[in-house]
Design a protein around this ligand. Structure first.
Ligand SMILES: Cc1cc2nc3c(=O)[nH]c(=O)nc-3n(C[C@H](O)[C@H](O)[C@H](O)COP(=O)(O)O)c2cc1C
Length: 173
């Protein structure tokens, strides 16, 4: 079983904290963490299983490192044969029109470039107006796990635990 590559970007450290919890649930031989500002095409080529983590900023923009990488190279990554899970942080009350948009922006590229997305997550427990993370044609689901550390930090451990169990299954662990 190949390692999982976990690629993440975080502006104020909230996503980074979640990455710490995710890493704790795997052994060191099962997962490798790379920050989005250091990532390159060859990193994507090394992994068949990927977890992408990011926050959303400034009315629906990608976290800054992801935004740079998106413009530079991300849209050219070939995801054929790769299984990808995405999680995103956002603020459903402060930015309810753009809640966790970053999940959807990355998900669209993964799907367009041949990847398989796992880790879809019900959006019913969130209070938001609109989101690019919503699965096209399946209104009740996000393309990945949404976490709101600004308003619901108490719900994060349980959401994360459930989602990790789900993706472990879907990855085939
Ligand atoms: C100026 C500003 C803009 C933001 N814009 C959005 C947004 O458009 N959508 C959203 O869901 N969250 C938005 N957020 C919330 C952040 O995504 C959230 O605080 C997140 O936990 C930050 O994670 P990080 O520290 O890993 O970057 C914004 C926060 C700030 C301060």
């Amino acid at each position: 079983m190949g390692k999982i590559g976990l690629i993440y970007g975080s502006d104020t450290g909230m996503t980074e904290e979640v990455v710490g919890s995710i890493v704790d649930s795997w052994t060191a031989s099962e997962i490798e963490v790379i920050e989005a500002h250091n990532v390159s095409k060859s990193d994507f080529e090394r992994f068949d299983k990927l977890i992408l983590g990011l926050s959303t900023w400034y009315d629906g923009d990608l976290q800054s490192d992801w935004e740079d990488y998106y413009d530079r190279e991300f849209q050219e990554i070939d995801f054929t044969g790769k299984t990808v899970a995405i999680f995103g942080l956002g603020d459903q009350y402060g930015y309810g029109e753009y809640f966790v948009d970053g999940i959807g922006i990355l998900a669209q590229v993964v799907l367009k470039n041949g990847g398989k997305l796992i880790g879809k997550w019900s959006n019913k427990e969130y209070d938001f107006e609109s989101s690019k993370a919503q699965v096209e044609g399946e209104d009740d689901f996000f393309y990945g796990l949404a976490l709101d550390e600004d308003n619901e930090p108490d719900k994060t451990p349980e959401r994360l635990e459930k989602w990790l169990e789900q993706i472990k299954n879907e990855f085939g662990f």
